[in-house]
Design a protein around this ligand. Sequence first.
Ligand SMILES: NC(=O)c1ccc[n+]([C@@H]2O[C@H](COP(=O)([O-])OP(=O)(O)OC[C@H]3O[C@@H](n4cnc5c(N)ncnc54)[C@H](OP(=O)(O)O)[C@@H]3O)[C@@H](O)[C@H]2O)c1
Length: 260
Amino acid sequence: MPVPDVPVAALAGGAAMPMLGFGTWQMTGRACYDAVRIALEAGYRHVDTATMYRNEGEVGRALRDSGVPPADVFVTTKLPPGNAGRPDATLDASLSALGVPAVDLWLVHWPPGGPGVDLWRRFVAARDDGRARAIGVSNYSLEQIDVLTRQVGVTPEVNQVRWAPSLYDAAVEEGHRERGVVLEGYSPFKNTDLDDPVLREIAERHGVRAGAVVLRWHIEHGVVVIPKSARRERIEANLEAARFRLDAEEVARIDRLARG
Ligand SMILES: NC(=O)c1ccc[n+]([C@@H]2O[C@H](COP(=O)([O-])OP(=O)(O)OC[C@H]3O[C@@H](n4cnc5c(N)ncnc54)[C@H](OP(=O)(O)O)[C@@H]3O)[C@@H](O)[C@H]2O)c1
């Protein structure tokens, strides 16, 4: 199957991050291996994992067995806040489980109490020594990002946060853009009513499913999105988001689903 035309986000350090990736939380063992194989076969070229998901080994094995050149797949993993005192050993364990010499993106999974200035210095060092091609954070506020920038002099390239039409916040989106931080959304479906009449009507107009409309809405906003599914049919259907566009009026209608 040809690789669908997924746009990329340009990270501040120069990396190109596919805007539609594959989430792997709550999948372990054989289920995770199978799902990642299916996703790569279907055309995903971006996989999101974390130390905390306990599935980096399966993700790595699926990547190797897929036959897709490693350089073609963007891999993210995350350091859990409980490991803030041992970042280097944590990253080395991730690399070893994934079977790669470097990850494309390494994130601080949650702020470790405060913004984690010392930890962020170690992230910068990991990027400098080549074990992480890009570095970022997850579940950070703009204020916490500003502390890292001020105290370390390096701004996170990405912030991965809960995001969906119901959670849409134009000021947060703009704040990330102003700082040059790519916003990455997680749990796009868990926070969405896929039977919403606005989503259904727009989906019908484009001949796609409501889920694909939600994913495309992220992309139109410049937000990277990483849906998870354990089922082949949905893994493939979610890639429909790469095959159509929403116009400005449709995006604005979906923006208005925000709960405020
Ligand atoms: N940084 C963080 O703190 C953080 C937190 C949460 C998640 N994440 C990342 O973000 C990824 C995505 O978030 P998530 O897994 O929480 O939630 P999600 O992708 O919003 O939702 C996954 C759920 O939606 C179902 N689903 C998938 N495609 C569907 C479709 N087309 N129509 C209807 N239902 C569909 C899945 O069921 P089936 O599997 O049965 O299809 C699963 O129950 C995670 O896997 C993880 O990689 C990061």
